[in-house]
Ligand binder design. Structure first.
Ligand code: CA
Length: 218
């Protein structure tokens, strides 16, 4: 899952992006309203975490611009404690949820996962595909009720598949979700992650669709 973090405070940006990355998310960062406004691949993002007080503009104006262009990516706003006007203005501008500074990382993750569950039309904690169940908040997965031991990248990969069982997931989409925009992307790494995941959930569970990508058979 790819996330864009828009935050001008360098220390907070580094702290949050490190923790998001170690939770298995691919994180891109922007520090200004101008960078965020013209972000090149908004439709590929799973969510945006948006600070409102940016040095060259108001985060809400950036958000209104995205919505006016028809972008539906979930947006989580960072706001100062108790500033209810930010929340009202944010909702009116198309925000999906809020997180109050100082940011507690566990709350941030819980809110992100709640956005994704709502986006997928699911209200239960677990995503289920065949014998596989994945809990995106607890970051755990089971196969036939037995816990799976997965690396962060493998869990992110499995998450991509169980959200859309039976659909072909393109190799490029997997690359985008596993690795941030600026990082070097390596197709061989995707194949290596897929083959490790196959060893854990069953060789035939993930089919290669030649020239297109991979599909979860559940
Ligand atoms: Ca700020």
């Amino acid at each position: 899952m790819r996330v864009l973090l828009v935050e001008d405070d360098a220390e907070l940006r580094r702290r949050l992006s490190d923790r998001l990355a170690s939770s298995g998310l691919a994180v891109d960062c922007a520090a200004t309203a101008a960078d965020a406004r013209d972000w090149p691949d908004l439709p590929q993002l799973g969510a945006i975490i948006l600070d409102l007080g940016l040095p060259d503009g108001d985060g809400l104006d950036v958000l209104r611009g995205w919505r006016a262009q028809g972008h539906t990516v979930p947006v989580l706003i960072l706001t100062a404690r108790g500033d209810w006007r930010d929340k009202v203005d944010g909702l009116n501008s198309g925000a999906d949820d809020f997180i109050v500074k100082p940011v507690r990382f566990e709350e941030l993750m819980a809110r992100l996962h709640a956005l994704w569950r709502r986006g997928g039309g699911r209200s239960a904690n677990s995503l289920v595909a065949g014998r596989i169940a994945l809990d995106p908040v607890a970051q755990t997965a089971t196969l036939g009720g037995q816990p799976l031991e997965l690396s962060r990248k493998e869990l992110t990969l499995l998450h991509l598949f169980v959200r859309r069982p039976g659909h072909v997931i393109a190799q490029d989409e997997i690359l985008e979700q596993l690795y941030p925009l600026m990082a070097e992307r390596d197709r061989n790494a995707v194949e290596a992650h897929i083959s490790r995941l196959r060893r854990k959930i069953g060789r035939d569970t993930i089919r290669t669709v030649r020239g297109l990508g991979y599909r979860l058979e559940a």
